[in-house]
Design a binder for this molecule. Structure first.
Ligand code: FAD
Length: 275
């Protein structure tokens, strides 16, 4: 496996203790020589400063840092200012997203969809940034149909995105089908599968309900059956996710992007299996 196509995603910690812990996790993950570390961004700009602080720390350690940038609830002026800050900080890669407005936040801002953000970034900054966008092999929960979602994904590539990272999934066929459908539409940009290690079932079930990622019934039933036995949950999760990654890479996936939830061990365990 070409290790240069591994990437790890973090969320920006809220406390200095969290920052310190993330620094340690990064040190462990850095030994795997990732292509970049990405840092999420709270829609509406709620984590703006912490995302910036975290990407600066990553850059200072000599790694490529990719801040996520979500446009929902933002104005062009806001986004322009953020782009300038990232440019000044030496950032060359951005994960460009629509985001989801937190409930209670009414204003939709000046951008409706991520393709508009991609277009805006290209207009403002030319080719300075490598732009990643999100893809949904199991279909975005708000999409009217799979076909619509696919065409909406293509709009982001046509607007100038260089590559994509998928929402996590546990069914390899959904990824291969999505990639095939993209190829039929002439999309040749790399589509890197997003991988969610399984650490705690209750947390995974909550995330999956929210983002529309399916946990197949056989996995759900098995995980539920373990109850509080976290060792069994993790052992089963490691087998299942490592085997998913093997299938994806054997089938031609260009790399793997790990949703680490700021923990190094689960991703490292999977990658060690893949050796
Ligand atoms: P879009 O591509 O705009 O799609 C959103 C919906 O609108 C889809 O149903 C699509 O079919 C439809 N659509 C898109 N374009 C059009 C159009 N032109 N006309 C009509 N319909 C359209 N969220 C965060 O808040 N912060 C993060 O840091 C973050 N990081 C993420 C990283 C990855 C890799 C992924 C997969 C998701 C991430 N998310 C993050 C979640 C993401 O913001 C949500 O999934 C959000 O609901 C959609 O964002 P998007 O960029 O995919 O939106």
């Amino acid at each position: 496996m070409n290790q240069s196509h591994i990437s790890f995603e973090f969320f920006p910690p809220q406390t200095s203790e969290g920052m310190e812990k993330l620094g340690l996790a990064r040190k462990q993950l850095a030994t795997l020589n990732p292509e970049f570390f990405s840092v999420t961004f709270g829609a509406g700009g709620s984590t703006r400063d912490r995302t910036l602080e975290t990407v600066k720390a990553i850059k200072a350690e000599g790694f490529d840092a990719a801040p996520h940038l979500s446009c929902v609830g933002s104005t062009r002026e806001n986004i322009s200012a953020i782009l300038r800050t990232y440019r000044d900080a030496g950032i060359r890669r951005i994960v460009a997203l629509r985001g989801d407005l937190p409930s209670g936040m009414a204003t939709a801002g000046e951008f409706q969809y991520a393709n508009e953000l991609v277009e805006f970034i290209r207009k403002e900054t030319g080719d300075h940034f490598h732009l990643e966008v999100a893809a949904y092999p199991e279909v975005h929960p708000q999409a009217r149909s799979a076909k619509d979602d696919l065409h909406n994904f293509k709009k982001k590539i046509d607007a100038g995105a260089n590559s994509a990272i998928t929402q996590y999934f546990y069914n390899a066929d959904s990824y291969f089908h999505f990639v095939d459908e993209c190829e039929k539409l002439g999309v040749t940009a790399p589509i890197v599968p997003g991988i969610m290690p399984i650490v705690r079932y209750s947390q995974l079930a909550r995330f999956s309900d929210a983002c529309g990622a399916e946990i197949p019934r056989w996995m759900r039933k098995t995980l539920e059956g373990f109850g509080d036995d976290s060792e069994s949950v993790q052992a089963f999760g490691l087998d299942a996710v490592a085997s998913l990654c093997e299938k994806l890479l054997a089938g031609g996936a260009p790399g793997l992007h790990f949703y680490t939830l700021n923990q190094a061990k689960p991703s490292i365990a999977i990658l060690e299996r893949l050796k």
